[in-house]
Design a protein around this ligand. Structure first.
Ligand code: AMP
Length: 395
């Protein structure tokens, strides 16, 4: 059983082909600069690169090149498109209606369209990827896997904002949460690692990367999460501001004469690590600069630690009993220093990081044996989670 996983961004398209008999990646690729001059497809099979430079004016044109690359007689992976059993699509926003992965039909596409209002960059691109596959390989099942769906089990006390209730009723203004496919993967994997039934584990999943979010998982289900109506809420991120007093926004709009579109750009693309440091959105760059004495790089990292700890502490209290804290994402998986800053020195609470075990970049338990809460590095695998959900729905 072969499953193709597609992740469309506004001008990019990532893909992986899985053989689900043993959950292996047969090959993967990336199309960059879709709709921009210089479109480029790079496919990687067994460490061997194959590139295609061609005009790709939209996602359909890009998808056509992906299928051609997959079918390439020497550099490809399959000899006929019939070998692909189903296609799994990462979709940003499924709103309240789509609470789990689902086979795509007209209703599903309507909901994805409706939630363009809260995912204006991603949902249109996701939809274009879906429609391109429907047109190019008609009859194949397409499955949508939403970043929001894992969080749909949150109680209203976690997801409502303290605004007049009418805005929830009128527009569905509420917290949805994102990175759900990653939090779901980490949760399932942690249940295996702890050898406990999924519906009996209480964990805090800490996904720290370019975008960052935490989830409080109670009895295997999401109870609370740090991202909100959009992926802007919560932690200070690579280029996103995270939590703010909303008055900051009305003040800046008035003082700078800023329009909503420009404000959104500033909050999403020019804030966070980049905005504070004035240097880079990349955590490694900031660590290096801070080591050389750059005070604003240090400040950005200190703020990241401060905000992450607020959520970690809050979720420990919300869950009451916690089996494990699990780190994932580029920062969470690779930076022993950041993990030490976040969960080191918490012996008072019975949480004990083992400094030696923490020197890992792969799946490992990094807490001391007598820690009341286990601490783990659980590298995430969103693509595999999408492939698994797709397989479950079509088999
Ligand atoms: P992701 O979005 O999950 O790919 O994560 C990207 C982020 O991980 C970037 O900010 C990288 O700088 C960060 N990252 C990757 N490796 C390290 C590392 N060894 N130490 C600190 N940050 C890292």
């Amino acid at each position: 059983m072969k499953i193709l996983v597609i992740n469309c961004g506004s001008s990019s398209l990532k893909y992986q082909l899985f053989d689900m008999t043993n959950e292996t990646v047969l090959g993967k690729g990336l199309v960059e600069r879709i709709g921009i001059e210089g479109s480029l497809l790079t496919q990687n099979v067994n460490g061997e690169k194959y590139t295609v430079e061609a005009e790709m004016k939209d996602h359909k044109a890009a998808m056509k090149h992906v299928f051609d690359a997959l079918l390439h007689p020497e550099k490809g992976l399959i000899s006929s498109l019939d070998e692909i059993n189903a296609i799994g699509h990462r979709v940003l926003h499924g709103g309240e209606e789509l609470t789990d992965s689902i086979i795509i039909d007209e209703h599903v596409k309507d909901v994805i369209k409706e939630y363009i209002k809260f995912g204006p960059l991603h949902n249109p691109a996701n939809l274009m990827g879906i429609e391109a596959c429907e047109a190019l390989v008609p009859g194949k099942p397409n499955v949508a896997v939403f970043d929001t769906s894992f969080h749909q089990t949150m109680p209203a006390s976690s997801y409502m904002y303290g605004l007049p209730y009418e805005y929830y009723e009128k527009y569905r203004i509420r917290k949805f949460g994102f990175h759900g496919t990653s939090h779901k993967y980490i949760t399932r994997r942690t249940a295996e690692l702890l050898n406990k039934p999924l519906d009996e584990i209480n964990i805090i999943t800490v996904h720290l990367g370019n975008g960052s979010s935490l989830a409080a998982v109670k009895n295997g289900k999401c109870y609370d999460t740090s991202m909100g109506l959009t992926p802007l809420e919560g932690l200070v991120m690579g280029t996103r501001c995270g939590d703010l007093d909303p008055t900051v926004l009305t003040f800046i709009m008035e003082e700078e004469g800023m329009k909503p579109h420009d404000l959104n750009q500033m909050l999403n693309k020019k804030s966070g690590f980049l905005g504070i440091s004035g240097l880079s959105s990349d955590a490694r760059d900031l660590e290096n600069a801070a080591d050389e004495g750059n005070q604003r790089a240090k400040l950005a990292l200190d703020m990241f630690v401060n905000r992450t700890k607020r959520y970690l502490g809050g979720y420990l209290l919300e869950l009451k009993k916690v089996d494990a804290i699990c780190f994932a994402g580029g920062i969470g998986e690779n930076s022993a220093e950041m993990r030490e800053r976040l969960v080191g020195g918490l012996e008072f609470f019975g949480i004990k990081l083992d400094a030696e075990k923490n020197k890992t970049r792969s799946e490992a338990k990094i807490s001391a044996d007598d820690s009341k809460v286990q601490i783990w590095v659980v590298p995430t695998n969103e693509e595999l989670m999408i492939a698994r959900d797709t397989l479950d729905l079509v088999k």
